[in-house]
Design a protein around this ligand. Structure first.
Ligand SMILES: C[S@@+](CC[C@H](N)C(=O)[O-])C[C@H]1O[C@@H](n2cnc3c(N)ncnc32)[C@H](O)[C@@H]1O
Length: 293
């Protein structure tokens, strides 16, 4: 997906936001996509993150990779929105832990009884924490119990993450979201994250995960994505371009695969008029719900 294409290579100094630090532009792009299709994504707060620099990048991405990227990201958000709503309603509260949270705003759409822990790299987390604080004081966001912690999934150990998170979790059950992140990680790190999930969750808790299946590597749209990435990567940052077979999700220790869908299928459900005719023409991410057993 496009969040992928721009991930490591676009760092913008957010001077337009009066902030002199570097931020992964990909999180801004995904959030802007959600704001373009609010009725699909249900994310009425995404637009708070919109800024001219990000909006200037988007037309080129939609033209050179796929025009459906914004709607697909909105469908992805809708999938998690619906599942988070039903999980926390059924359980009268609990904790949402968002790994690689970027500028996701789920907690502001959920019941105030839900606590949220947001995890990302330090620059994103510190920026997000400050903006959310400010917008809450201004009354642009409802008050929510949100904590923030920065990890680098590549470098922090499973033990560090488990110990830190256990101190922060005050209410159960736990719904973990891992959305738009796995493409950037390798298999070893993916495995480490699922070990962390297993250690902090209890039976009945859920993990929602997103990844590409390996078959996408043969499609032209995916080749365009990689080409776009390669031609815009000015930082020499390398990452895994990970794809994951669905069978991986059926074999994770401590979990059973409860639900599997993909964005093409979701488009038929939520946006039948979006003119998405063939799953091979889009960057069709697969979405999984896993239940801790
Ligand atoms: C495309 S954004 C997705 C953000 C959000 N989950 C969403 O769907 O809107 C990818 C996020 O993963 C985070 N990320 C990527 N690699 C990471 C790592 N090694 N450690 C922590 N966060 C990472 C990025 O900082 C970024 O916020």
């Amino acid at each position: 997906m496009l969040d992928v294409a721009v991930f490591s290579f676009l760092f913008l100094y957010m001077k337009s936001l009066h902030l002199c630090m570097q931020i992964h532009e990909t999180a801004f792009i995904v959030s802007t996509y959600r704001s373009y299709h609010e009725s699909v994504s249900k994310d009425i707060y995404a637009k708070l993150w919109n800024n001219p620099k990000t909006e200037a990048l988007i037309p080129d991405i939609l033209n050179s990779v796929s025009s459906k990227e914004a709607i697909l990201h909105s469908l992805r958000n809708r999938f998690f929105y619906e599942n988070l709503q039903s999980f926390f309603k059924k359980n009268s509260g609990g904790t949402l832990i968002n790994f690689g949270a970027g500028f996701s705003m789920y907690q502001f759409l959920l019941d105030p009884t839900v606590s949220t822990i947001e995890i990302d790299k330090e620059d994103i987390i510190e920026y997000k924490r400050k903006r959310i604080h400010f917008w809450t004081i201004e009354g642009k966001l409802p008050k929510r119990d949100t904590s923030y912690i920065s990890f680098d999934f590549n470098h922090d150990s499973a033990e560090t993450m488990v110990n830190e998170l256990k101190k922060m979790i005050h209410q159960k059950p736990i719904f973990i979201v891992l959305e738009g992140v796995l493409f950037f990680l390798d298999q070893k790190v993916t495995h480490k994250l699922f070990k962390v999930f297993e250690d902090i969750q209890s039976a009945g808790d859920l993990v929602g995960s997103v990844s590409y299946i390996p078959e996408i590597e043969k499609t032209n749209v995916y080749k365009r994505l990689l080409h776009y990435f390669n031609s815009h990567n000015s930082t020499n940052d390398s990452f895994a371009h990970q794809t994951i077979p669905t069978s991986y999700y059926t074999q994770i220790n401590g979990y059973r695969l409860k639900e599997h869908t993909h964005e093409y299928e979701l488009s038929k459900l939520y946006t039948p008029d979006a003119q998405i005719d063939n799953p091979n023409d889009i960057l069709n991410e697969h979405l999984y719900l896993l239940e801790r057993v």
